[in-house]
Design a protein. Structure first.
Length: 432
């Protein structure tokens, strides 16, 4: 079997908590030579060399790949994937041989267009909510479709809207008004088409799949907490915390997920000749014990990665190699026992307007509580770590029970200091 060199220089793209967690997993591999992160954050700087390049600047990335003799590229965020970075590499004579972990632009449409994803699910018999898609040209039909549904109403901008393009409303009048706003430019080009779908009542779960386009491996599942307020109230965020494993995702539920969703999804990709060597993140709703797909993402989730990656005991570089070489059927995934949880600290005002640049302290004291800190929105300024994003830093802990892990993370978070720190104190409570 053809293999990559035993030692590799690896380039990881991205700057968030997800990338810090992936970087930590890569750094554990004996196969790593040098790790570069573009652009990275204050946390990734301790694991490799940060390079101040936008992951969407493909030309600059090509130069780094050649200059640093990169042997593998791992794409963290969705934007470069949706913008076709994998195709850019495969079509460049100097880069075509280089392993890049992520789907082609066609595969990335599963996240880049909600209408495309829903149509894919329909073609392959994958359970999801009933839906229709509307534009400004047929907005009146959209109003009538809303009238045909019962509350609450789910409206989704078709394109990428930084996690803010999904709106759930309780009145028909509000739903119609929101449809007009979305098609009127509320989310820019992302909202030029709007998917309206049936509301599914249940509890959410995130399932992660590593695939080489034919074979797949189910990674540990997780549950994240999207709302800013305790008790799942307030605005949606990029995620305020996560727990893995998920108690309700027992063997029977996961059997249904694999049979009804994961296997048909991977088979559908192969059937449609879509080059997909990367991750599929399946956002699910457990409706009375039956799984329905809410959405696909074409990369690992955030903050779920911060609990999934620490649970993987086997070598992730070997997994990336198997994904690229299409030999994932020979890769053995090993997973740590116990519970892993993460609690996210955010900036005051997030997910709306917030200030950044505040000096952070207490990080060593937080890690002394037994937690691992993954930086999400941090930077180094004049030798000090400062806030640089809405989601700032999270504390991840592992223990035999969920409560023990939560105690470690909450104790760690209490030690972190910066102006305007906020976090949810009820992560995991609904699962106990």
């Amino acid at each position: 079997m053809i293999r990559l060199p035993e030692k590799l220089n690896i380039l990881l793209l991205g700057s968030g908590g997800r990338e810090h967690a992936i970087a930590a997993a890569i750094a554990r591999s004996p196969r790593l030579d040098h790790l570069y992160i573009a652009p990275g954050n204050a946390g990734t700087a301790a694991l490799g060399e940060n390079i101040d390049i936008d992951p969407d600047n493909f030309g600059a990335l090509k130069k780094i790949v050649l200059d640093k003799q990169i042997g593998m590229v791992v794409v963290g965020p969705e934007l470069p994937l949706v913008h076709g970075i994998v195709d850019f590499f495969h079509e460049d004579d100097m880069l075509a041989h280089l392993p890049i972990i992520g789907p082609s632009g066609e595969g990335a449409r599963l996240e880049g267009s909600k209408d495309y994803a829903k149509a894919f699910m329909q073609r392959h018999g994958i359970p999801t909510a009933a839906y229709q898609t509307f534009t400004r040209d047929n907005i009146d039909e959209g109003y009538r479709f809303i009238e045909s549904l019962s509350a609450p109403y789910v409206l989704k901008a078709d394109g990428l809207a930084a996690g803010k393009g999904v709106v759930i409303l309780n009145s028909e009048a509000e739903a119609k008004a929101e449809l007009a706003k979305m098609l009127g430019g509320k989310f820019g080009a992302a909202g030029s088409r709007v998917v309206i779908e049936q509301y599914l009542s249940g509890i959410e779960c995130s399932v992660f799949v590593a695939t080489d386009g034919t074979n797949y491996v189910l990674l540990p599942e997780a549950k994240d907490y999207k709302r800013i307020g305790e008790g799942d109230t307030g605005l949606n965020t990029g995620g305020m915390g996560a727990v893995s494993p998920v108690p309700f995702a027992d063997s029977e539920f996961m059997r249904k997920v694999e049979e009804r969703i994961v296997a048909p999804t991977v088979a559908g990709l192969a059937q449609e000749n879509i080059d997909y060597r990367g991750f599929v993140f399946v956002g699910l709703m457990n409706v009375g014990g039956d799984p329905y797909v809410i959405e696909y993402n074409v990369r690992m989730g955030d903050p779920e990665t911060e609990v999934v990656m620490p649970r993987i005991a086997s070598d992730v570089v070997d997994m990336f190699e198997a994904m690229y070489m299409r030999t994932l059927d020979s890769y053995e995934l090993k997973v740590h026992d116990g519970y892993t949880v993460t609690v996210m600290c955010v900036s005051e005002g997030y997910p709306e307007a917030y200030q950044k640049g505040f000096v952070m302290s207490g990080l060593e004291e937080a890690e002394a509580e037994g937690a691992t800190l993954f930086h999400a929105g941090t930077a180094v300024k004049e030798g000090e770590i400062v806030t640089a994003g809405g989601r700032v830093i999270c504390a991840t802990s592992t223990a035999p029970t969920m409560q023990q892990a939560l105690d470690k993370s909450f104790n760690a978070v209490a030690k972190i200091n910066y102006q305007g720190k906020y976090y949810r104190r009820d992560i995991g409570k609904d699962l106990q």
